[in-house]
Design a protein around this ligand. Structure first.
Ligand SMILES: C[S@@+](CC[C@H](N)C(=O)[O-])C[C@H]1O[C@@H](n2cnc3c(N)ncnc32)[C@H](O)[C@@H]1O
Length: 278
């Protein structure tokens, strides 16, 4: 069942004009994405990335209680929600954009409708209002869209039961530390990958969204998410870090393979952690 009204959320919580602007930009960008989100973002779903995600979800599911209740913040069209449901877990998916939630609802298998709750709501607002404790949480490609990702992470950790895992997936890595040569190779590969992507999108009649992300990708303005800072926040919130992987995300699997195996120039990361507080 889909519940929530993002319009209410924007008028009740958006006291900071910059925060409000970022929320509006995200709603607008993701309203345009809707069902086309994964087609427009093959960097998340190409063969190379799909294998990495499957491994991360296996490790996450192993740490979660079988059949447990999970929270997927910024669930989008269900890139993590659907495989988590397939693994027998129950999922509450929360997203700011109704169009993304609708696309997810349309992809939901009939036999999963009773174990999947969908909410159209801002992540921080949801965490402040919902009183449930969860057996695990996932946050994929959300933090870089947030004005105050630190607060959202702290609040998400506080909603986890002891031992519950948290997967923070696919976030842009700040200060990746490439050598000057590595950086040049990384830029050249990115340019080639992007050029092929633009051609493919034109051929498929899918318009790329650029302007829409100028404010929506707010944390990219600061170079991405600072991994050390995030780890410090997690530890302060009682989390034990189980795994950190840095990797190179590219639109195409072949480009991701070159970036990871040959150039070794990560630009993205994921963290798997566990609530250690009892
Ligand atoms: C890059 S997409 C990722 C979607 C999905 N997690 C995935 O990995 O494919 C980011 C999602 O976060 C949502 N979002 C952005 N800001 C949000 C916020 N403040 N609260 C809740 N969701 C938000 C967007 O609507 C969008 O669906």
């Amino acid at each position: 069942m889909i519940v929530g009204s993002p319009k209410t959320m924007l008028t009740t919580t958006a006291s900071d004009p910059l925060r409000e602007k970022i929320l509006r930009a995200n709603r607008a960008a993701h309203a345009r994405e809707g069902a086309l989100y994964l087609a427009r973002h093959p960097e998340q779903s190409n063969f190379y990335q799909a294998r990495r995600l499957a491994r991360a979800l296996d490790a996450f599911s192993k740490a979660a209680i079988p059949g447990g209740a999970l929270l997927d913040l910024g669930c989008g069209t269900g890139y993590l929600t659907l495989p988590l449901l397939e693994r027998g877990l129950q999922v509450t998916g929360v997203d700011l954009a109704p169009e993304m939630i609708e696309a997810l609802a349309a992809r939901l298998p009939r036999n999963k409708t009773t174990v999947c709750r969908l909410r159209v709501e801002e992540a921080g607002e949801f965490l402040r209002q919902d009183e449930e404790l969860y057996d695990g949480a996932t946050v994929s490609a959300l933090l870089h869209h947030l004005y105050d990702y630190e607060k959202v992470i702290e609040e998400a950790c506080a909603r986890l039961k002891p031992g519950a895992p948290l997967l923070i997936y696919f976030e842009p890595l700040k200060d990746a530390g490439h050598s000057p040569t590595g950086h040049k190779l990384h830029r050249a590969l990115a340019a080639l990958d992007e050029a092929v992507y633009r051609l493919e999108m034109r051929w498929r009649g899918i318009s790329p969204l650029d302007e829409e992300y100028v404010w929506a990708d707010y944390q990219r303005r600061f170079g991405g998410i600072d991994l050390d800072r995030l780890e410090a926040i997690l530890k302060k919130s009682g989390m034990e870090i189980l795994r950190v992987e840095k990797f190179c995300a590219r639109r195409y699997g072949w480009a991701a393979w070159i970036g990871n195996r040959i150039f070794k120039t990560p630009n993205t990361f994921y963290i798997l952690a566990r609530q250690a507080n009892t």
